[in-house]
Design a protein around this ligand. Structure first.
Ligand code: TXA
Ligand code: MG
Length: 326
């Protein structure tokens, strides 16, 4: 991984006009959202889109989410906006909800990986909403991390890993949700969740009355962010409470909601939320994985949370982080 470039402080800030102009020139800009930081490019500029895939080392069959300022602009990129989708948008945009809608003509194949649907969301972050309002085009933005690695939740995370690829990072402070958006498609009027995320299943049910959850860990998933091994630190992750046998305690890390493990150094343990609050846990998840990964441990043990509310999305990320990599 590259170290922070020496002029890192010049590469981040809150200059919206600078960010907008760079995007107009086809450059890449890190943008804050409530979920994770995105690596933004003009969604209609094929050269800029290619640069996104190159910077992330991301395969072209993994499509990108398009970010817009408000639901009024859905018609620029989707050919239909069915009532079932509109109701969710009204309830949860701006917010951690991505809708899969039939793509409009003119959306580059690079954005959708040739799929018939385009992924769209209105992120809830004041700086980025302001930026999107300034722009004449929609913005494609995957999470601003190398493909398969832990997602960034601060501007520094983006510079640490993609500092060579971005022209600028709009610094909006730490992300308030901390896990990616929930991706929702439709089977007729029924919402289908393809990626668990910052918007809870229960919240969608409250508005839509029902929901299917259809995560696809296969090789050609509808939402490739559902690849079995994803969101992974370099250090091996093992699910469960730490086992202290066979390894020196200094080489073992532990991550949990709020457990304390006797026998492990305090600095090797991260509690996602001392008071057991799942929102706080989600907010801290990726920083915690990065922190533990930075300790050069032999193994990180991660205890799953109860499977309710945001616990579902957090556990999903922990399971994928623990899945063996090729
Ligand atoms: O919270 C988020 O969604 C963040 C912020 C930056 O908005 N973005 C994000 O993007 O997580 P990314 O690229 O890391 O994950 C997007 C996921 C991928 O798994 C991709 O396969 C899926 O969305 N996706 C994108 N377009 C799709 C499409 N047309 N059909 C199905 N899945 C799609
Ligand atoms: Mg991602």
């Amino acid at each position: 991984m590259p170290d922070n470039p020496p002029n890192a402080s010049l590469l981040k800030g809150q200059d919206l006009n600078r960010a907008a102009n760079l995007l107009r020139e086809g450059r890449l800009v890190g943008i804050p959202t409530e979920t994770v930081y995105g690596l933004a490019a003009n969604a209609l500029d094929e050269a800029a889109l290619k640069a996104v895939f190159t910077a992330k080392n991301r395969p072209y069959n993994d499509p990108l989410i398009v970010h817009i300022a408000d639901a009024e602009r859905v018609g620029e990129i989707a050919s239909e906006f069915p009532d079932a989708a509109r109701r969710l948008a009204e309830a949860f945009w701006p917010g951690p909800l991505t809708l899969l809608l039939p793509r409009a003509a003119g959306v580059p194949d690079l954005v959708t990986a040739g799929l018939p649907a385009v992924a769209i969301r209105v992120p809830s972050h004041p700086l980025t909403l302001e930026l999107l309002r300034l722009l004449e085009f929609p913005v494609a933005a995957p999470s601003a991390n190398p493909f398969g690695y832990v997602s960034p939740t601060t501007a520094e995370h983006v510079l640490d890993q993609l500092g060579d690829a971005v022209a600028y990072v709009l610094d909006g402070g730490p992300c308030t949700v901390g896990v990616e958006s929930t991706i929702v498609g439709f089977d007729g009027p029924t919402p289908v969740i393809y990626r668990l995320g910052g918007l809870g299943v229960d919240q969608i049910v409250r508005v839509a009355g029902r929901v299917q959850v259809q995560q696809q860990p296969g090789e050609h998933p509808v939402a490739p962010g559902s690849l079995a091994s994803h969101y992974a630190p370099r250090t091996p992750v093992v699910l469960g409470a730490p086992s202290l046998e066979g390894r020196p305690p200094e080489t073992i890390g532990a991550l949990s909601l709020n457990a304390h493990y006797d026998g492990l150094p305090a600095e090797n343990q991260v509690q996602l939320s001392r008071v057991g609050d799942f929102s706080e846990a989600a907010r801290n998840l990726y920083s915690a994985l990065r922190y533990l990964d930075g300790l050069d441990l032999a193994v990180i043990y991660a205890e799953l949370l109860p499977e309710t509310g945001l616990g579902l999305a957090i556990n999903d990320r922990l399971r994928r982080a623990a899945a063996a990599r090729e």
